[in-house]
Ligand binder design. Sequence first.
Ligand code: GLA
Length: 696
Amino acid sequence: MIYPDLNVSEKPQSETKRPFLPDIIYGGDYNPEQWSPETWEEDARLMQEAGVNMVSLAIFSWALLEPKPGQYDFGWLDTILDLLNKHGIKVNLATATASPPPWLAKLHPESLPVTKEGVIWWPGGRQQYCPSSPAYRDGAANLVRLIAERYQNHPALAMWHINNEYGCHVAECFCDQSARSFREWLKRRYGSIEALNGAWATAFWSQHYSEWDEINPPRSAPTYANPTQQLDFKRFSSDALLECFLMERQILKEITPDVPVTTNFLGFLKPVNYWQWSKNEDVIALDSYPDPTDEHSIMEAAMTYDLNRSMAAGKPWVIMEQVTSQVNWRPQNVLKRPGQMRLLSYQAVGRGANGIMFFQWRQSRAGAEKYHGAMVPHIGTTNSRVWREVTALGAELNSLSKIKDSSHKNEVAIVFDWESWWALELDSKPSADIKMMDQLKSYYETLFKQNVNIDFVRPDSDLTPYKVVLLPNLYMVSEENARNIESYVAGGGHVVMSFFSGIVNENEHIYLGGYGAPFRKMLGLQVQEFDPYRPGQTNRLCLDQDTDNPEAEGWLFDCNLWSDLIHLEGAETLARYEQDFYKTQPALTRHHFGKGVAYYLGTHAEPAFMDWLLAKVTREAGVTPAPNVPGGVEVTTRRNEDAAYRFFLNHNSHSIEIKLDTPARDVLTNTLYIESFILEGYGVAILTQPPTPGEK
Ligand code: GLA
């Protein structure tokens, strides 16, 4: 079995020598094996008609490529690759390891995943493998090598698509092999059993271990499993999947060092720490399925795109999958309205994406996803609204090569850390209602509505490019990362941190001497106690002083979930609690520290308060004001050396007039707007400034 180096990215990344990828990628998952060869010719012709320039191929093809152990059939794939090449369509060729064939389970039943309750997950769906299984890893490695050797020089090959949505269905496995691999992982992390006993605080509840093989994954237990054991198992499980990815990557880079590799991410997928993966991707790829019935989904999609652009850190990122019309896996699968598919595609492009792809090219006739929309729907291409929208978008995107090297340059960042998320939501906490995503969104949504564009960063990132850094619930933080944040403020940065931050170290041991101890100097305060609320309980915040706006004094806002009881050590009070025994005590504070300013919010406040607070902080920090547009209009800006491309997206179904400060040209219609323009319902405009003299 291959154990790849988890830090493989520290080695120099290979240089991409030939331009493999189209400037703006357009296409989708192509599953020709579900269709007879007569359809293949038609597919290739229709792809050209739709402006498709790349498809993802063979994602779920292991069982057809290797129908029996060691017996292969690559003939159909050869034909498809040649056909696509003849039509000028590039291929994002999958390694086909996402769904092992049933024979693997028959030969190696121990390769099947097991839940914490001991339930085995059988073949018949997909992704039924234990990430630590030697049989799975060996079988996958063998197949990847064969595919890479066979197609390494194929002219259609543009990119390698490793596996598919790691961790989507099986993110953790509790089988005996996983237990053995977990012990090996723990040995590498701690070196000695005594170090592990210290980190896991096994003096508590008689949990002391004398031998490594006494240790197991946190399987179902009578009560709370050891929190550090749970946390380490989450780290291990994310790493086990990462090892699978790196194992494939290593083989591909050995055979085709210059072909870019990717795997498709799922946004804020809790079990998989994508920060560790992104440095080993040449292209960041995201699958995006916002729920059209959820009013927050547009904001959530934007947040996910910002995360992916931030992870790409200058490399390209693409939408690898979205749907043209409707998915099949929600209780009710509502259609995207006419124009919405285009609009939501441009939302990703506006946030830096250089590719729009779909699941899938041709809608399946059978199988679990037959009701999932596609580029070629069941009705066919004649008389099809979906097809008309697909071909129109393809033509438009193909004309946008000039934006490919542009990206965001943002002044505000949010610190987001997967491990802290895991730790925050372990069981036996002061409140089960503190959820990372809710707290993150209370910040993100506020600035999204204000059209302030945001990057995501890690706690150890260089924060100095940003004027404001937001820290929603950074519950777990190392001393080193706390110093990174502190020195950012000392150097002139502005931070806003909220309650239940800086509470524990990497082992989930409390920092003693007042909560938030690692940030005590920076915040100029100590949290002495916290008071989680009962469901439905609220309190109020009363503004104490606001140097920008003296009239704001006395304004009242609702808060809920939690109150920190704050003891000031240099910070000033900006808002106080209105009720309870801590009435009049500080709830929002500000502390000038070094050349910067640190705000601290001890509760979860209503959106109007967050709006006031973040507008105040961004103004104070000198963040460039966002354009003033009507509600429901999203504005994002991509820049390169030549131009700024400002995307205006109207998420309303009705048209809206947008006023301009200076004339600007819409690159989609090549129309120059002088003072204002009308954006149709679900409409998109991409404006550049300044206009080229002499043009229309
Ligand atoms: C995921 C998978 C695809 C398909 C789609 C359906 O994104 O990667 O294979 O199942 O979901 O929405």
